[in-house]
Write a protein of this length. Structure first.
Length: 365
């Protein structure tokens, strides 16, 4: 498949905060007014799937739109944007760049160029489609999670250097804007919360499929049992399966009893009678976004108590098959190069279910 068949962001596109921040009634309300009425800031760090054209020359020729989209949480983008349209109690920020450029749900590398160069070298040594350990250098991944070689690695050191320089400069146009906007919005929510009390929750919104890709594009390889998501969503606070502290060195980012109430609210909001449809910290504990906010909120705990402000950070990892629906998921289980067409009615229903879930959570306070 040629690069023209991929979903590319035109070269030179620089995103602005206004393009990636979403809230209800923007024609009638300012962002400050939205923050004043909201108590949840939703971030979607992996929602971007379109690849900046600047890096297209480095993409593997075998990359298809199917593999491109699968290496993202693209199904979350429409749900989060629609939820923000209908719910005045949230503000959302959606990353316009794919994790290919740089993953904002990983610690930001002190030297992105050095980390990408190290990752490239590990992949080159392992060979195409071979498992490779990218621990510590996976903020920019040259391979997908099924080890598809998403980048064509230059053979010369000069070529590798040009690749890493291109990625670093391209990041400033999108993912850097996302991170800066996300953090500035968090500051503004906290400023309002300390002045007025109440509650402020940081929600990092994701999806994952319970199958991974094959070389022919079928997203059909079952994940290991311990890596599979529940039938609706996993809610994570870095705790154990009840949300309680798992490791004193890695404390919960949201109080355990509140996380359990949030899980019950999601079962109600998504109209599920199955307790196992919403699990806590299974299979994921939550990554960089909630870890960073959780650490900050702990530092502010005494001041927040004095201000009457409840703070918490939680990751929601939805099952992608659930977000897409059975027919779309089944289509992706078959070999192919394209992606599915999103069902607008399903997106709307999911957004309303998210709103119901958080409304139910608030009602129990």
């Amino acid at each position: 498949m040629a690069a023209t068949d991929l979903d590319l962001i035109p070269a030179g596109t620089v995103f602005t905060p206004a393009q990636i921040v979403h809230y209800a009634d923007p024609e009638a309300r300012t962002l400050d007014e939205a923050i004043g009425e909201a108590d949840v800031l939703v971030s979607a760090p992996h929602a971007g799937a379109a690849i900046p054209e600047e890096v297209a020359e480095f993409l593997a020729p075998e990359l298809t739109r199917r593999l491109q989209y699968d290496f993202s949480d693209v199904s979350t983008a429409a749900v989060v944007r629609r939820w923000a349209e209908i719910d005045p109690r949230i503000v959302a920020v959606v990353n316009p760049h794919p994790r290919l450029v740089r993953d904002p749900n990983r610690p930001k590398p002190a030297d992105p160029r050095a980390d990408l160069a190290a990752a490239v070298e590990r992949v080159r040594e392992a060979g195409p489609w071979q498992p490779v350990d990218l621990a510590g250098v996976d903020a920019i991944r040259p391979v997908t999670f099924s080890f598809f070689p998403i980048l064509r690695i230059p053979e010369t050191e000069a070529g590798v250097q040009r690749l890493v320089d291109t990625f670093a400069t391209t990041a400033a146009q999108g993912v850097d804007v996302y991170e800066r906007t996300r953090d500035e919005l968090t500051d503004r929510f906290l400023e309002h919360g300390f002045a007025h009390g109440g509650s402020f929750t940081r929600l990092s919104f994701h999806d994952t499929m319970n199958t991974t890709t094959t070389r022919d594009g079928a997203v059909a390889v079952p994940r290991a049992e311990q890596d599979r998501l529940p039938s609706i969503v996993a809610l994570s606070n870095r705790g154990d399966h009840r949300g309680e502290e798992r490791d004193p060195e890695d404390p919960p980012t949201m109080p355990p009893e509140r996380l359990r109430r949030l899980a019950a609210a999601h079962r109600a909001g998504f109209e599920s009678a199955d307790a196992a449809s919403v699990l806590l910290n299974q299979p994921y504990l939550g990554s960089q976004e909630i870890r960073a906010d959780g650490a900050r909120f702990r530092r502010l705990a005494d001041a927040a108590t004095d201000a009457g402000l409840r703070l918490g950070a939680v990751q929601a990892e939805f099952l992608r098959e659930f977000l897409l629906g059975a027919a779309a998921a089944e289509a992706l289980h078959e070999p192919g190069t394209g992606w599915i067409v999103e069902d607008g009615a399903r997106v709307d229903a999911l957004a309303h279910a998210c709103k119901r879930s958080w409304d139910a959570f608030r009602d129990e306070r």
